[in-house]
Design a protein around this ligand. Sequence first.
Ligand code: BES
Ligand code: MN
Ligand code: ZN
Length: 502
Amino acid sequence: MQDATDFRVTVTGAGPWQVDTELLVIPLFENEPLQIRDLNEATGGEIGRALASGAVKGKPFEIFVTPTQGTAWRARRVALIGAGPEREFTSDRARKMATAAAIAARQQRVIRLAYVHRGGGDAAVFGQAVAEGFMLATFNPGAYKTEDRDFVPARSMEFVTEGAVDGPVAQAVERGRLLGACSNLSRTLCNEPGGSLPPRVFAERAGEIAASGGAQVEILDDQRIAELGMALLLGVARGSHEKPRLVVMRHEPNDAPPSPVLGLVGKGITFDTGGISLKPADGMEQMKHDMTGGASVAAAMRAIGLLGAPIRVVGVIPAAENMPGGEAIRPGDVLRGASGKTVEVINTDAEGRLILGDALWYARQLGATHLVDVATLTGAIVVALGKLTTGLFGTPPGWVDVVREVAERAGDRAWPMPVFEEYKEQLKSEIADIANVGGRPAGAITAALFLKEFAGGLPWVHLDIAGTAWAEEAKPFMPKGPTGVAVRTLAELAFTSDRWTF
Ligand code: BES
Ligand code: MN
Ligand code: ZN
């Protein structure tokens, strides 16, 4: 099991000039007259010249590196990293700055860096975010490159903050290290090609990740899935030679109350060809990441276990491959899922909602009282919200608000979308209880309404991560590829049950 014990994140209360490191990262706010002790002298006047000439202005993620001279400062090099306007400075900005700085450090073969906390925010909150950001930079998206001398991730980061470096800050930084590492475990799975990660293998890997945090894990095979009556999951899997799996993970601390029970459900389509309703060839390779929701649930379960969440949590991942084989389901076929509802499959490419229907039902059977599902569910959410924002659906509004706030803090931006019942008209079937597609208008909403039918009236949130799971453009703080979306949100959510009053 890949772990992050190689990476160290520590805290120091020393002054920046006292920190012995290869690269000292200092946030620079827009239009600030940077005055840190004798920093300018320590860099032979380079910092002053760069600021005066406008070579660095403090624009977000802009970076300026210069060596130090003499002995007044112990760091070998100093990096100013743009932090934007100080009044807009948030822990999310700091997280991204830490990633950007660590990626830049990696390109210069720097393996030890330190980050100076500036801007006056809560040191624990910022320390956690910076540790997360640093860990995110250690992810290698080129796992299969044979000549990968380029990739030597930074190994350690010291969080430099004035004043008391007491328990809370050190704990927060360790929490951030773990959460960043768990995000990367999800990214590693998402990056894996469909051919090397069929449902059987995906289920094993996901189960190992959750078990490594202490969760009890059970992997149900196709026979058990059939016994439970999960014809929606079996139906989607039918076109593939690879059998489906259902990963069931339980976090049950001894002293946890009987309720609430958080139920996390993640879509685990290991490859989505669309099935008989075949997708166009262009970009289909991206559909290897259609198991991101499941990977994020597994990685969150590990974090939940290691961080010792005080409540019971069950995780359910339905895993299948959506292929157009001779035994595949056809448009027009009717399936009766485990909940008893019948579904007319109008489009076999709307497979995520089918497998999630059975999985949501099962999470309820396992005693979940509060549900969150995560899925790369619709192209429509990408049209609506683009690549930066996860679609947030659910009911009641109080539960949606809790998840939204947690997501914001965790650096997973999510925005509420409506689930007005009137849209359900579009899901009417002539032959069955419900159809699996509702046409192009409001495509992400009708998908959510389909899932809602399986949530049994429980507080339920659906995160549509089709746009946010995979970065198509490299940013200073995020290379192209899997983003690890939702891992930190799901993990942190398990620590907020005192606020679940609505
Ligand atoms: N996995 C896709 C959604 C998706 C699209 C994920 C883009 C990531 C990036 C999903 O199974 C799908 O095919 N959805 C269809 C639904 C349609 C047939 C109603 C879609 O969005 O086109
Ligand atoms: Mn699909
Ligand atoms: Zn899909």
